[in-house]
Unconditional design. Structure first.
Lengths: 179, 299, 337
């Protein structure tokens, strides 16, 4: 039994968990959100990281071609990360979408930020099950090592971009609150 | 050069009577060349069979079997070191060294290198050959590509190589005794509990998968190595020493079967059938040889 | 204030899996860092971990500028037909002025001692040299300057070894314990077809699976074999074979080999130093840099504190240990065996 292929993932534990996450709570009842409004912001984040830290992509090796599905459990959307050095992508998806992916990572948004914060031991988050992962473990380990090699605090850059005052995020949250 | 079929050192804790009778049978009935004797796993066990050692050596030598003495594989405590001293003191016997410490005692004495010393490449092979090794047993995890390459080098250095072809595979050693641990004892207070498992203590996963086998400080495969389908290729590579590792059953049958196979009197298929007749309660594997997971069986 | 316990402070040897971790370790007070090249030449061959030659060269400069040393681990065993990769690694490491090369394979020790006789060879824990006879074999043949002792000896045994050998001793004081004799473990290869000894991988990530069921029970798997099953609320772990839980006929679901606990020898430091240990080694090249920062700073304080005659408190290290349990392992007494 080798690392899962994308085509196997519709019934994978990751997809099952996705389905469960989609079913749980109030987030399930949201109308499709205008996530396209987040696109410039997310693209800006991933492209500036790629520019600032080219070695991150080298360190990822073959895992740069994988698709990482990130589930910030307390936000109304998923994130998809494709760290291809030639065309890095970070975008948001509605929770009802079926998303093919190689790696699944879930945690509260604050925990996910801690995971990429150079001041936190990300392994501890995993051991304590504050972060849950499944899928291609090789890609997961490669990403974890690549992120750990960064001196600057990626987390503060990301948090600043995602801050509640950032207009696109604000609009999304407003829609969620009205629903 | 003719192909030698050898019986490795018994790795388990058998009673002295059973141990003795096993080797008597090997002497009397097994069509084999070399027999390895000695305590490889636990220095506490060694004194147990001293009372019958001499008779066994005599019987084997009378039957024209060459006796080689295997040393301990892991040497840490004072007892271990004393045993190693004893095992390497007699310059009139041939010793198979299973730990580097043995080599300090065997300077200027021709000796064998056992599979517990890592000889993985040409450079190591050359070093040990120049250091006095006349025969080297390869680690069972070596894939055939490496075995083939090493065989070429060995020939040029006039050293014989040996490959294990049957029996459970030693996968790891530890300072901790896992038999004792399973019974909440320590190595010092073990009361020789390992003697209840003549072929190792079966270990399964929490899902019931048959996984490993525990033998004191040694962790072994659950599967029995069986290179019945690979003998022809090994001989082609120039490997002229094949080792069967002893178990409570099947060893004599394996010796007879592999002898017939090596001599071309039966083919691999017939040999395979005969080996299955022993009804060993564990699957066979040959994965390591093929560069695959060691627990697998490649048809 | 009481008298300092020792005149010469032991060296603090710290792990680094990435250049960022190396800088963190140096800044936190490490006397030396050990690290390896990307690929199979060292025993922590994980995806995305370790150094390119360029990164290693830069790291040597960084360390030297701050008065620290860099020890290059080339401590796996090349199989026949592949020695050129390891030989090149050794030549590269020498060319960038590393302070020592940590070797396990005898063929490579032979190569290095002949080709680079003026460079320091340290004997890796992967060589499994646990007796004075074994260690002296290596000093006699290859002029090794230091031996990293297997983590299976008591402090008394270390003292005895020290009295009977001529090279320096480096001992582990913190981190993951590998109780299986190092350099002789084929468990990973038995399950995956990739070898710890020959490829430097242990429970490689591409064979690791985490499966959570609807009740949040997590099964960790290596290849097809279930290594552990953890209930909801319990801590997860990486499926290292010897840290799993298994069944035998008379006992179920127990840590047959070892519990996932961490070695912590803070309180034995003075004893270790009296026993003749010149270098104290922290395990963890695969750990995060925040972990490394915390552990290295704490041990820097501890070593300095003991040198001043104090008894430092390192209770915060407990939180960093795997599984949150710690042990003094074999070092205290033989009862651990």
């Amino acid at each position: 039994m080798n690392a899962q292929n994308i085509s196997d993932l519709d019934t994978s534990p990751g997809q099952n968990r996705l389905n469960k996450a989609n079913k749980g709570g109030v987030l399930r009842f949201l109308p499709p959100l205008p996530l396209f409004t987040l696109r410039p912001l997310l693209t800006h984040i991933v492209k500036s990281i790629a520019k600032k830290h080219p070695e991150l992509f080298l360190r990822l090796g073959n895992s740069a071609n994988k698709t990482f599905l990130i589930n910030p459990t307390n936000l109304p959307f998923f994130l998809i990360l494709k760290p291809d050095p030639k065309n890095p992508i970070l975008k948001a998806h509605n929770r009802r979408d079926i998303i093919k992916h190689d790696v699944y990572i879930a945690g509260s948004f604050a925990t996910l930020l801690k995971m990429i914060d150079s001041k936190t031991d990300s392994d501890a988050l995993f051991f304590n099950r504050e972060i849950v992962v499944s899928g291609d473990s090789e890609a997961m380990v490669a990403l974890r090592n690549a992120l750990d090699d960064m001196d600057d605090s990626l987390a503060s850059d990301v948090a600043a971009s995602f801050g509640p005052l950032a207009p696109p995020i604000r609009k999304i949250f407003d829609l969620v609150n009205k629903a | 050069m003719s192909v030698k079929l050898n019986i490795g050192p018994n790795l388990f804790n058998w009673s002295p009577e059973i141990w003795r009778d096993f080797y008597f049978k090997i002497a009397d009935e097994a069509p084999i060349d070399n027999v390895f004797l000695g305590e490889v796993i636990c220095s506490k066990r060694a004194p147990l069979f001293y009372p019958v050692l001499e008779q066994v050596v005599e019987r084997l030598e009378k039957a024209n079997k060459k006796v080689i003495f295997s040393t301990l594989a892991e040497v840490t405590s004072n007892i271990d070191r004393r045993l190693m001293n004893k095992q390497t003191a007699d310059k009139n016997i041939i010793v198979e060294a299973n730990d580097i410490s043995a080599l300090q005692h065997l300077k200027d004495t021709p000796h064998s290198i056992g599979s517990y010393i890592n000889v993985y490449n040409e450079d190591s092979l050359e070093f040990f050959a120049k250091n006095g090794a006349t025969s080297i047993a390869l680690n069972p995890e070596m894939p055939k590509s490496a075995i083939k390459q090493l065989s070429k080098c060995a020939k040029a250095l006039d050293v014989e190589l040996e490959v294990q072809i049957f029996g459970r595979i030693g996968l790891a050693l530890s300072a901790r005794c896992y038999h004792a641990r399973a019974y909440d004892r320590t190595k010092d207070s073990c009361k020789f509990i390992c003697d209840v498992d003549p072929d190792g203590m079966d270990l399964t996963t929490m899902e019931g998968q048959r996984f490993l086998s525990i033998n004191g400080i040694q962790t072994m495969s659950y599967t029995y190595l069986n290179l019945v389908n690979e003998i022809d290729e090994l001989l082609e590579f120039g490997i002229n020493n094949l080792r069967i590792s002893p178990h409570s059953k099947g060893t004599l049958k394996a010796a007879k079967t592999f002898r017939l196979l090596i001599d071309g009197k039966i083919d691999a298929s017939e040999a395979s059938t005969r080996l299955k007749e022993e009804k060993i309660d564990a699957p066979f594997s040959n994965g390591f040889y093929h560069g695959e997971a060691g627990n697998e069986w490649r048809v | 204030m009481s008298e300092p316990l020792y005149a010469d402070k032991p060296e603090l040897i710290c792990p680094a899996g990435t250049p960022a971790s190396l800088r963190v370790a140096v800044d936190a007070g490490a006397d030396a860092i050990y690290c390896g090249f990307m690929g199979p030449t060292n025993a922590r061959n994980f995806p995305g971990l370790n150094f390119s030659l360029k990164e290693m060269a830069k790291s040597v400069n960084y360390a030297h500028d701050k008065g620290a040393k860099l020890l290059c681990a080339i401590n796996s065993f090349p199989s026949a037909g592949r020695t050129d990769i390891w030989r090149k690694a050794i030549d590269d490491a020498v060319s960038i002025d590393v302070d020592a090369i940590i070797i396990a394979d005898i063929g490579m020790a032979d190569y290095m001692s002949k080709k680079h006789p003026n460079n320091r060879i340290h004997l890796s824990v992967q060589a499994g040299a646990s007796s004075p006879e074994a260690i002296n074999f290596y000093t006699d043949r290859f002029d090794i300057k230091r031996v990293v002792l297997p983590r299976i000896l008591t402090v008394q045994e270390i003292k005895k070894v020290h009295d009977e050998i001529s090279c320096e001793i480096e001992a582990f004081i913190f981190g993951n314990i590998g109780m299986m004799a190092e350099g002789r473990c084929s468990l990973t290869n038995y399950v995956t077809g990739q070898s710890t000894n020959m490829d430097g991988v242990c429970s490689p990530a591409n064979f690791v699976h985490y499966e959570e069921d609807e009740n949040q029970n997590l099964t960790t798997r290596l290849g097809e074999f279930a290594i552990d099953c953890i209930g909801c609320g319990q801590n997860a772990g990486y499926p290292t074979i010897c840290k799993g839980r298994y069944n035998v006929s008379h006992r179920k679901e127990y840590y047959a080999f070892e519990e996932p606990i961490s070695l912590n020898l803070t309180h034995l430091l003075p004893d270790l130093i009296k026993a003749g240990v010149t270098a104290l080694k922290i395990e963890g090249r695969q750990r995060s840099k925040s972990y490394i920062r915390s552990v290295v700073s704490s041990f820097r304080n501890a070593v300095d504190g003991y040198a001043r005659g104090e008894t430092p408190d390192i209770s915060e290290l407990l939180a960093l240990t795997e599984g949150h349990k710690q042990t003094e392992g074999a070092f205290k007494s033989k009862a651990w065996r």
